[in-house]
Design a binder for this molecule. Structure first.
Ligand SMILES: [Zn+2]
Length: 527
């Protein structure tokens, strides 16, 4: 790295609150590492910024100062240096935006643990992956948390935020279990009784003096009356759809009979109100289309012909506008449109190969981290034994022993959790990606198998705006920027077919822009 000599840098170090205790990750050790690197390469450090803050975005106090400083002194600064890419941010899109900002100031963002030579075109791709991997990792972690909540729920233990009238608590095994709030729970009980009597409306209840302490609002009152947790039950969701009610472990505030009576009362009253339009499988694009004549949102409905056949149409508000077309035609044209997203097989394979390679590198650092954690746990366990010995020897008393012991136990369980998380990160990202790319490439076939929610999710991740159907074709829709880019690149690649075989840089750019976003969407909707 000859070219680094004589260059100037500012540095940025960051820890999250949980990481702070982890040896090897502290601010000081990050700083030392960077100083050593700069020393070795003849880089002069102009200013060091350190962030003791955990945040998902760039709303970090020290980071803001850094940007201000960089802007003011841009002429003198060549590099912004971090230890690793995930120190910078675990959100890929934000990283890319911030990196662009520094590039605009002619400041190069780089990381000493994975120094990239940006004069090499292939580095753009690697860099995109550098920034994407921490995010993928984050998402696996949050999936882990969701799984944990689901498991607790299955056992009847409600672990999310307590609804009004419940407070935090512990059961006899010292596990979290909410309990009725002494002050508010009798009021809630009364509220259910009042409402189910059928005499008092929700609006009246909102005004009643005695319910003031509950700080009710229109929306939280109706939610409250529908919440089965008050009756000591819990709703289990499976596949986001199937609903099953089970007995929960927490103490109820009302009886199940009272709850059921309340539901009947609620249903009775809502029957008088207008029903919202239900999803109709024959009209999946309802809500996703805009009128090409007047710009209003289109709706859809079926009508029976003289011969008794039922036909479905999308149409504008008939009072204002006569726009109307057959639903089947709109569906068929949409599938045709999706066919445009078919990816070239060579490009698909190349992308997967590149990702696989990068994944292996990441895998190695994961193993390193696992070893590190295992050693740390061993050390704490040892310390804990020493502590016991010291207590036996009478060096200190029971109080200190208990306090220290609790701290060790907490540290051990923290590290064990971290370890579990690491081990839990699925080993088949490649499989996921391969599968997702295949799917993305055959959207026209895939959409048939999506349910309503997944279909809407997919549509909104592909299109930026509602679609307009005019003279039997779709007006060129506004695509999500990353999808748009792939689509454009695909067309270029098709034109230059013979040249594409080993043009890594083309693919690199493509992947950079694509930024794993559509894949994430597909993963999100359950593929
Ligand atoms: Zn219209």
């Amino acid at each position: 790295m000859e070219s680094l000599r004589g260059k100037n840098a500012i540095t940025y170090t960051r820890v999250s609150t949980t990481e702070q205790k982890t040896i090897g990750n502290s601010l000081t050790s990050q700083k030392t590492k960077i100083r050593k690197f700069c020393d070795l390469n003849g880089i002069k450090i102009l200013k060091e910024f350190e962030e003791d803050w955990s945040a998902k975005d760039f709303e970090r106090p020290e980071y803001k100062k850094l940007k201000k400083y960089a802007l003011k002194n841009k002429k003198n600064i060549n590099f912004l240096i971090c230890v690793d890419w995930d120190r910078f941010s675990r959100n890929q899109k934000l990283s890319a935006v911030e990196q662009l900002y520094f590039t605009s100031l002619s400041i190069e963002l780089n990381c000493i643990d994975a120094w990239r030579d940006f004069s090499d075109p292939a580095s753009t791709l690697i860099n995109a992956i550098d920034m994407a991997l921490p995010q993928v990792d984050n998402e696996y972690r949050s999936k882990k948390i969701r799984d944990g909540i689901r498991q607790a729920n299955k056992e009847g233990r409600y672990v999310s935020k307590q609804p009004l009238g419940f407070v935090k608590g512990k059961d006899e095994f010292n596990k979290p279990l909410m309990k009725p709030c002494e002050k508010l729970s009798p009021l809630i009980n009364e509220l259910f009784k009042d409402f189910s009597s059928g005499v008092i409306s929700q609006n009246q209840m909102l005004k009643m003096q005695k319910y003031r302490p509950l700080k009710l609002s229109k929306s939280n009152l109706s939610r409250l009356l529908r919440n089965v947790l008050y009756a000591g039950k819990l709703v289990l969701k499976e596949n986001d759809k199937k609903v099953k009610i089970i007995d929960a472990l927490h103490e109820p505030i009302i009886s199940f009979e009272l709850f059921q009576k309340t539901q009947m009362e609620l249903d009775k009253r809502s029957r008088y109100k207008q029903k919202p339009k239900k999803y109709n499988a024959k009209l999946p694009l309802r809500g996703l289309l805009k009128c090409s004549k007047c710009g209003s949102n289109l709706t859809g409905s079926g009508s029976t012909s003289k011969t008794g056949n039922k036909y479905y149409y999308y149409h504008c508000n008939p009072k204002k506008c006569n726009e109307r077309f057959r639903s089947e035609l709109a569906h068929e044209k949409l599938l045709n449109y999706f066919k445009k997203f078919e990816l070239n097989k060579n490009v698909k394979n190349l992308f997967i190969e590149i990702l696989k390679e990068q994944y292996l590198i990441n895998e190695n650092s994961k193993i390193k981290l696992i070893n590190q954690l295992t050693n740390q746990i061993e050390k704490i366990k040892n310390d804990s034994l020493v502590l016991v010995q010291k207590c036996i020897d009478g060096i200190f008393g029971d109080d200190i022993f208990k306090k220290k012991q609790a701290e060790y136990n907490r540290l051990i369980s923290e590290k064990q959790l971290e370890l579990e998380n690491l081990k839990g990160i699925d080993d088949d990202i490649e499989k996921f990606v391969r599968f997702s790319i295949e799917l993305f490439s055959s959207l026209d076939k895939v959409v048939k198998y999506l349910d309503h929610e997944a279909f809407n999710e997919l549509m909104s991740s592909i299109f930026e705006e509602k679609l307009e159907f005019e003279d039997k074709i779709y007006r060129t829709p506004k695509l999500n920027p990353s999808i748009k880019y792939i689509y454009q690149e695909m067309n270029k690649l098709v034109i230059e077919k013979q040249k594409t075989e080993d043009k890594i840089s083309n693919v690199s750019r493509l992947v950079l822009e694509m930024g794993l976003e559509p894949i994430r969407t597909l993963l999100f909707i359950g593929f």
